[in-house]
Write a protein that binds this ligand. Structure first.
Ligand SMILES: NC(=O)C1=CN([C@@H]2O[C@H](COP(=O)(O)OP(=O)(O)OC[C@H]3O[C@@H](n4cnc5c(N)ncnc54)[C@H](OP(=O)(O)O)[C@@H]3O)[C@@H](O)[C@H]2O)C=CC1
Ligand SMILES: O=C1OC[C@@H](O)[C@H](O)[C@H]1O
Length: 372
């Protein structure tokens, strides 16, 4: 088996994609290369876009969103539309009892996310929030390092995801902040289900993460474009958070322990490298040689080229986003869960998904109060 196969005798799974934009372009190349996987339908708001994308990527059924979701032959719907559409697009797919892989952010907050996840549970449908970071082997390694005690007791962590990339067209919290929130939860959080139990105790010192400070800059469109926050996790562990769509940062993350640090360099949200540096002795002045762990992207997945022109424009072959080969981890996990009859993935559980969106909502609320 390779990084992207999930069982020795798998059944073929038929996918539909909603939306013909940048990430759909990357994911279709992944799905075409996963074993026993077919991209059966492309759904678009516009018949001509469905036609162009379908012809470029050899997808037989070129239809509307509603037709893609209601197609009886479709097993999994990949929602690759803009974030503000995700709740409605999820509901549409669930009405037809389809499994869902929904791009981030699945919902603006934990309340809407819970409604969707509850609907998926009632329909007995798999619903995966496509925070693709969670499916990278490097993320598993980070948890192993923490649990091994190599860096001592973890006290804090930071994550920064700032890129000058269309501020004003969407929320930085939803686009890049979610990667910081999920990282901090992964390295500082306890079992996310504890958090759900305390979800109504907003100021009652519940056992989940609590936002201790947050500030934001709003774009004239009303969307947040730069947000910073401090989050206290159980055990007084502190997470520092920064996201922006208006300026740049190194887009890395770090975990700090009593005996050393874990560095996750750019691009931390789709990481292929983790470095551990131990620091001990007087003034933490004894540094170990950094131990570097590499997790190469799945070599069987390559960028596919196409000679098609779309609307008269030649198309650039390859992927739009850094490390998009790693989308294969997420898509293979969806296939595995679907085949196994699961309704959630253990790699990003329903409870963890709700907790991450709760952190985002609490940061938004805290930062908004600071502005009034
Ligand atoms: N996992 C990852 O690495 C990445 C994830 N993303 C996420 O994927 C989602 C889509 O992002 P991206 O592909 O960059 O976006 P694009 O704008 O490139 O594409 C979105 C597509 O959605 C459809 N659409 C439906 N309603 C609208 C609307 N009101 N305005 C614009 N397009 C609309 C369009 O397809 P049509 O006209 O055919 O219906 C469009 O092509 C976002 O939620 C984003 O956060 C984005 C980049 C990377
Ligand atoms: O989700 C994403 O949004 C922003 C992109 O730059 C990034 O690569 C991608 O993962």
């Amino acid at each position: 088996m390779t990084a992207t196969t999930d069982s020795p005798t798998p059944r073929t799974i038929n996918w539909a994609i909603l939306g013909t934009g940048s990430i759909a372009n990357d994911m279709v190349q992944i799905l075409h290369q996963l074993p026993n996987t077919t991209v059966l339908a492309i759904g678009s708001r516009s018949p001509s876009s469905a036609q162009s994308f379908g012809s470029k990527w050899n997808i037989p059924r070129r239809v509307s969103y509603a037709e893609a979701c209601s197609d009886p032959d479709v097993d999994v719907v990949y929602i690759a539309t803009p974030s503000m559409r995700h709740p409605d697009d999820c509901r549409m797919a669930l009405q037809h009892r389809k499994a869902i892989l929904c791009e981030k952010s699945m919902a603006p907050d934990h309340i809407v996310a819970k409604q969707i996840l509850d609907a998926a549970k009632s329909a007995n449908c798999l619903c995966v929030h496509g925070v693709w970071s969670r499916f990278f082997p490097a993320m598993t390694k980070i948890r192993q390092i923490i649990h091994s005690g190599e860096i001592g007791e973890v006290r804090s962590a930071r994550a920064s995801f700032c890129q000058n990339d269309g501020a004003g067209s969407c929320s930085a919290l939803a686009e890049t902040g979610i990667y910081c929130a999920q990282f901090l939860q992964w390295v500082l959080g306890e079992d996310a289900s504890n958090y759900c139990a305390s979800a109504d105790e907003k100021n009652g010192g519940g056992i989940g993460p609590v936002v201790k400070g947050a500030t934001q800059t709003l774009h004239e469109s009303g969307f947040d474009e730069h947000v910073t926050a401090i989050i206290e996790f159980p055990g007084k562990k502190i997470g520092t958070f920064e996201c922006s769509l208006a300026h740049t940062s190194e887009r890395s993350a770090t975990v700090y322990g009593t005996l050393g640090v874990i560095n996750v360099p750019f691009p931390f949200w789709c990481s292929t490298q983790v470095t551990v540096t131990k620091m001990t002795g007087l003034g933490s002045q004894q540094w170990s040689e950094p131990q570097v762990y590499e997790f190469p992207l799945p070599s069987e997945i390559v960028p596919l080229s196409t000679s098609e022109e779309v609307e008269g424009r030649p198309q650039t072959p390859g992927f739009n986003f850094v490390n998009s080969q790693g989308l294969a981890y997420e898509a293979a996990e969806v296939n595995r869960c679907f085949r196994g009859g699961l309704i959630e993935t253990p790699l990003f559980s329903t409870a963890q998904c709700i907790e991450v969106l709760r952190i985002i909502a609490d940061i938004r609320e805290y930062a908004s109060k600071g502005m009034s």
